[in-house]
Design a protein around this ligand. Structure first.
Ligand SMILES: [Zn+2]
Length: 338
């Protein structure tokens, strides 16, 4: 960053005219991007709207400040889409031409996730992460693996005797792919972003949730944490593996269950925003009131796929913006049942 800044200042004096032209171009591109974002994903329940996109920028409006614009030019934006797959998880991460997918919802959601990716202009994936072999995470992955070429598939070395798991194994064989086991501490590049494996940190036997692959994704100054269905036991192991877990955006573990998001884990991550991926009226009562209360007490802004449909967060390396306003209901899944 220091080099880029120096470069910026060096150019500034010499090429004022070119800079003005560049600013004009960036301004026009910005307008075009705004229109594009505004047009995508009318989820029905969501309030996606041009006027609301970016309304939650974490900094005050930038205007056409030369520094911000030049920085935007040097950092490809990162988009993280928490796709509404009902009760389950599916997250698309795009950075420039690069893309990765974490989970693909249950068996009935594979095609919906495929269409979502296509609509987002994704034709191949750099990485697919199947966090753990439960159907609400890997159920739709057989479709994704079959339809999209992928450089690396990362799944924990845990097998399950279920149709959902066997379908994924068959799709892998069909494409000639081999699994890359997750190794805590290893880092992978995704365009100008990078992610580090933070879990699993040991063998949890047949405790599939705790075997979840967890990652910390970094883009410029922004950090995102994803832990699948890891519960407090696996969270403890993440806390002791020595990796700095601080993150601006956290996907709530295990669909907002009280079994995840322990106080010590929330202390370490210290998120500003939490996204909960769960289905309306799900039989587990997710999200649980215990977790919602801890988030509320900490002043964390919460977004929920059960109330808001698919949620998209955009990072320019410094600021974060969301496609909708945070949820204000603080309503647990158990209350919804009544
Ligand atoms: Zn799950």
């Amino acid at each position: 960053m220091t080099d880029k800044r120096r470069y910026r200042y060096g150019k500034r004096r010499k090429k004022q005219k070119r800079k003005n032209l560049l600013l004009l171009c960036l301004f026009i591109m910005g307008l075009a991007a705004g229109v594009l974002f505004g047009e995508k994903e009318k989820t029905g329940r969501g309030q996606d709207d041009i006027s609301e996109y970016g309304s939650l920028s974490t900094e005050t409006e930038n205007g056409l400040n030369a520094e911000t614009d030049l920085k935007t030019e040097t950092v490809e934006s990162l988009e993280v889409h928490f796709i509404d797959v009902g009760q389950g998880d599916s997250v698309l991460i795009k950075c420039g031409e690069n893309a990765m997918l974490i989970d693909a919802g249950d068996n009935s959601k594979g095609t919906a996730v495929q269409l979502y990716l296509t609509k987002q202009g994704v034709s191949k994936l750099d990485y697919i992460i199947g966090t753990h072999p439960d159907a609400d995470h890997i159920g739709g992955l057989d479709v994704i693996i079959t339809k999209f070429d992928c450089d690396k598939v990362i799944m924990p070395e845990v097998e399950r005797d279920t149709a959902a798991y066997r379908d994924v194994v068959m799709a892998m064989e069909y494409k000639g792919y081999k699994n890359t086991p997750p190794v805590s501490g290893e880092t992978y590049q995704l365009g100008e972003a990078a992610f580090t494996i933070i879990a699993p940190n040991r063998d949890y036997g047949e405790d599939y949730n705790n075997a979840s692959v967890g990652i910390l994704l970094c883009h410029g100054e922004n950090r995102f944490i994803f832990t699948g269905d890891a519960e407090s036991e696996a969270e403890e192991d993440m806390l002791s593996n020595g990796i700095d877990l601080r993150a601006d955006v956290m996907k709530a573990g295990h669909h907002g269950s009280s079994s995840s998001g322990s106080d010590s884990f929330l202390d370490a991550v210290n998120p500003r925003y939490v996204i909960i991926s769960c289905g309306q009226g799900n039989s587990y009562g997710h999200p649980h009131a215990e977790l919602l209360n801890s988030l509320r007490k900490r002043g964390i802004q919460v977004f929920r796929t059960d109330e808001q449909g698919s949620i998209a967060v955009t990072s320019d390396g410094k600021n974060l913006s969301f496609n909708c306003a945070p949820s204000e209901t603080w309503r647990s899944g158990r209350e919804e049942e009544q």
